[in-house]
Design a protein around this ligand. Sequence first.
Ligand SMILES: *Cc1c(COP(=O)(O)O)cnc(C)c1O
Length: 226
Amino acid sequence: MKVADNLRQVQSLIEDACERSGRHSEDVTIIAVTKYVSAERAQEAVDSGITHLAENRKEGLLEKLAFIHDDRVTWHLIGTLQTRKVKDIVGKVDYFHALDRLKLANELNKRMKKGTLNCFVEMNISGEESKHGITEEKLDSFIDALAEFEHLRIVGLMTMAPNTEDRDVIRHVFHRLRILRDRIRDRNIDYAPCTELSMGMSHDYEIAVEEGATFVRIGTSLVGNE
Ligand SMILES: *Cc1c(COP(=O)(O)O)cnc(C)c1O
């Protein structure tokens, strides 16, 4: 399938989800997750009009960056990052979606030197042991602790729903993330405006949009997975 055809399909389902929930589709940014596909396929996504690209690993990000030279592209790193790899990506990504520990925040801040990196705090809402992200109880103190990192700007919260067919469980996770986002946003913290919600992947982005997602991260349904 051409990316352009997939994109039309995804856009139309997002529009429907927006209609159902009284939202505007301009408020939902589609990020194409290119981690399974070639740089050529990522380029096809850009040529189809997608301007937000994401990778979950440093290596994939650098590969796509080297191939796609295009100022219109906003780059997202959506997977966890080892502290020692921070130096390889700072200055290259526009958004980092997996901030979940102070040691990582410290290293990102140190390496940034100037400007600000837009970060999402990754939350583990479902409480699954295997998942990255911080738990709800720790969110406020984590946000407080980020105050000392002048080069990090906390633009929102991110989560991954559990891998389940139970749509109600998925919806509950997205709903909780929105409540937590509102709570931090309403604290009016200058370094943590927290207006954004990064949630929704190929199998659950319609639910995420209904629950308020402002960034959806879509791989398989948009560019494929092989
Ligand atoms: C791979 C990945 C996605 C996209 O997954 P699809 O199911 O292929 O849409 C979204 N978010 C994160 C964090 C990922 O690692």
